[in-house]
Design a protein around this ligand. Structure first.
Ligand SMILES: Nc1ncnc2c1ncn2[C@@H]1O[C@H](COP(=O)(O)OP(=O)(O)O)[C@@H](O)[C@H]1O
Ligand SMILES: [Mg+2]
Length: 608
């Protein structure tokens, strides 16, 4: 805990001075408050003497002044601590986002998005509260309680002991409460998150739910989750109620006993009335900090947990980084010759007994050549493509572009040399234009960008975008216009074309198109991509046949390379894969058509 807090202290370096000022204000405020009972004692002890009226006026004025000073100091504490701590919070959050962005895909394979979300939002929130409030108040309360105890003992040691006996359990209970309550809070947050995920998934999957008649059972599952959340909320409320009872009962009880004993002590002349009055006034002031201290200790532990979770992500080593002194690459002069040399790769979480997904690939793609990558499902085609822009790093062997090992280029250079159209065609909630021009050269003028956009759309047969309600400015993606799978795929393809890479990696980008359209697109691609080295995962014979050469991937190895015609003649395995895939594809399309019809019917029924 101390180590974590020390590290936090480093993080808040820029606002340390203001935190000190905040602490100073807070401590002065509580000392000022503690002086008020002393004045009270003075007044009460003078009651009934001849100086009464003057004393009351002076004393009253002093108390009023002290009150005003205290209030101003509290205001100062907030000014000093709150605004700067939100700046630090923002900075922590931005750093976290940057870190998560930079971490390689393998990191994201292992972490759920919900986990990252909660670290990003609630953990950092908790850290901010600790910086702005907890840290300062914990120190202040310790000081207040210590000074308060001294003053109480000065009034009467016996009475101080009574107060102390109540204060200890109150602190412990408050600490315990805060700890267990935070477990409940976290649970309720997680359940809230789960509920949100369920809603999101069923909204996104609404067609499937409807088409397969799973609505009622989805509702059942949802009801159960909602009920769990309700139970947690009830547990939270019960815990608060019980806690509040103790928190108020114990101190009141102690003060009741103190009153009895105190009256006795005063009657027997052991303490003055003024001392009794100041005792009660002081005790009332110190009760608050005593209650709060336990809470703050709990908050400290919670903040430590939050910080540890935060630092865990921040400390994850990023193994895919740029070389410090990478030689710059001249994009215009790049030819795009790609070589795989004895490339091995295995996923981090792969069990020991399985072979490497990429198990020694040797392959050379000549500058400007279009090479088709063929292989059965699971043979490692997608994995191989992702190694080129270093979304994953090879476990051994090397990949070079124009003779330079990709690990010796800066990541930015490498990724401007390459572009990928992924299998799953991810689009952002943004306009068609911004989606397609995502990877385009940012230094293009508006007119050039516009021209590039249209060229890319035309090449990818995505001209449907021009007919959308607002043309290329139509918002698509989750928060916008829904597109069909084939439409999304074509926009993703257009995006990779607009990036104008030297090496283009296409992971089955035409799978959702019908054979006729696919042929048109392939033909246009060949024209537009003249000079672009292209590695394309393909299923259909028509696409494969158009490629300059074909590589057959089998169990993570390239087992045959040649033109389509050559392989058809020389490799029985190749003939089998091609025939098998044609059949698989027909089946897939049948299923797609069927689901499409079911969806349509469900929507029509809904409309009635
Ligand atoms: N992110 C991942 N983590 C772990 N294993 C993976 C991951 N992606 C793919 N695999 C595994 O690697 C193998 C090859 O997958 P993939 O490259 O997608 O094959 P293909 O694209 O040829 O169908 C499969 O067995 C798959 O289960
Ligand atoms: Mg694949």
């Amino acid at each position: 805990m101390l180590g974590t807090m020390r590290r936090l202290w480093q993080t808040v370096r820029p606002i340390r001075f203001r935190l000190y000022l905040g602490l100073l204000s807070a401590m002065t405020a509580s000392i000022v408050a503690l002086m008020i009972p002393q004045v009270l004692e003075f007044i009460v002890n003078r009651l009934g003497t001849d100086a009464t009226a003057a004393t009351i006026w002076t004393g009253g004025a002093i108390v009023l002044a002290l009150g005003i000073v205290e209030a101003s100091l509290i205001w100062l504490r907030r000014t000093f601590a709150v605004a700067p701590s939100t700046t630090v919070e923002k900075q922590i959050r931005v750093n976290f986002y940057e870190k998560v962005q930079n971490l390689p895909v393998s990191f994201h394979d292992g972490w759920g998005s919900g986990q990252l979300l909660s670290r990003m939002m609630s953990d950092i929130n908790q850290i901010r509260r600790w910086i702005a409030f907890g840290m300062i108040m914990a120190v202040t309360n310790v000081v207040t309680i210590s000074v308060g105890m001294v003053l109480l003992i000065r009034s009467s040691a016996a009475l101080a002991l009574i107060f102390f006996l109540a204060a200890v359990p109150v602190t412990i209970i408050a600490y315990r409460f805060n700890r267990s309550f935070s477990v409940l809070s976290r649970l309720s947050q997680d359940q809230n998150g789960d509920l949100a995920t369920t809603i999101e998934q069923s909204v996104q999957g609404i067609r499937v739910l409807k088409a397969f008649g799973r609505g009622p059972s989805a509702l059942e599952g949802f009801t159960e989750q909602a009920e769990e959340l309700r139970r947690t909320e009830v547990r939270k409320a019960t815990a608060i109620a019980r806690f509040d009872m103790f928190m108020f009962m114990l101190p009141e009880l102690a003060l009741g006993v103190a009153l009895l004993v105190g009256l006795h002590l005063t009657a027997s002349g052991q303490i003055t009335t003024g001392q009794l009055a100041s005792y009660f006034a002081t005790a009332t002031l110190v009760v608050g900090p005593v209650r709060m201290l336990g809470m703050l200790l709990g908050q400290a532990v919670n903040a430590t947990t939050a910080l540890d979770r935060h630092y865990e992500v921040m400390d994850t080593a990023n193994e895919i980084t740029s070389l410090e002194d990478a030689a710059p690459i001249d994009r215009a002069a790049a030819k795009g010759a790609v070589r795989f040399e004895g490339v091995h790769f295995r996923y981090q979480d792969a069990p020991d007994h399985v072979l490497d997904v990429i198990d020694g690939v040797n392959l050379e793609i000549r500058p400007g050549e279009t090479m088709a990558l063929v292989g059965v499902t699971g043979s490692g085609k997608s994995t191989l493509l992702q190694l080129v822009p270093r979304l994953y790093d090879v476990t051994s062997g090397a990949i070079t572009i124009d003779g330079v090992d990709i690990r010796e280029m800066s990541l930015l250079d490498l990724r401007s040399l390459t572009a990928v159209a992924f299998e799953d065609a991810t689009l952002f909630s943004d306009s068609v234009r911004d989606n397609v021009l995502l990877g385009a050269d940012p230094s293009l003028s508006d007119a050039e960008a516009e021209e590039l956009l249209h060229l890319a759309l035309r090449t990818a047969d995505a001209s449907f975008a021009l007919e959308l309600p607002e043309g290329v400015d139509t918002r698509i993606g989750e928060e916008g216009m829904s597109l069909s799978g084939g439409q999304r795929q074509r926009l993703a393809l257009a995006r990779s074309i607009a990036a104008k890479p030297a090496v283009l990696l296409l992971d089955d980008p035409l799978s959702a198109l019908d054979t006729k359209t696919e042929e048109t697109v392939t033909g246009r691609l060949r024209e537009v991509l003249e000079g672009t080295t292209t590695l394309i995962v393909a299923h259909r014979t028509s696409t494969v046949a158009l490629a300059d050469r074909v590589a057959l991937l089998e169990g993570g190895r390239v087992v045959a390379v040649g033109t389509h015609a050559e392989l058809m003649e020389s490799s029985a395995r190749y003939r089998w894969v091609i025939a098998h895939q044609a059949e698989e594809r027909r089946r897939d399309q049948d299923i797609e058509t069927l689901t499409g019809e079911l969806e349509l019917r469900a929507i029509q029924e809904e409309g009635r």
